[in-house]
Design a protein around this ligand. Sequence first.
Ligand code: GAR
Length: 192
Amino acid sequence: MEKLTGRKKIKTAVFISGTGSNLKNLINFSKIKKSPISIDLIISNTNKAKGLKYANQFNITKKIFNFQKIKIVEKQILSLMKKENIHFICLAGFMKILSKNFIKKFDGKIINIHPSLLPKYKGLYTHKKAIENKDKFAGCTVHYVTAKLDSGKTILQKKIKITLNENSISLAKKVLEQEHKLYPAAIKKIFN
Ligand code: GAR
């Protein structure tokens, strides 16, 4: 990844599908002087994503796309990103799978946060799986996005102890708290 040489922050899009706590956290991070990125675009596959409220709150452009016709939609997103001069993408609770072609166009410039200790538990219900399997640790991973789901190179990972009587709700809460530390740290690691 290119080093941050000039003073300019790298224009970044965040893709979300839900609550957007990672989005909010990334926006706050982007505002500090040392952040290598600025958040300039928020994309969602659904207008039901609660996190879209942060677009209004922080005055950031938001766009909602219907991913049913993925080829057409991805073309529209690519041209929007070109227009907005976006050079980096953070997926933050984005629940659609991007095509190989799209990922190739942003090769090495799309990252994702996933709520498990990858390569364990790709996909959904990670906390439930960790508890059912009586794992001692859960965690979260920030990784590069490749065409294979949740399989790109790890940038940073955080291990979290699963305590006695843990359930998937309490575990999700604990993991999410750590996600909010891990995502900015991973971005700093990439660019600094
Ligand atoms: C986060 O736990 C994130 O790791 C997960 O969705 C949640 C989104 O929360 N992402 C995935 O499961 C992607 N495979 P947020 O909307 O509050 O940021």
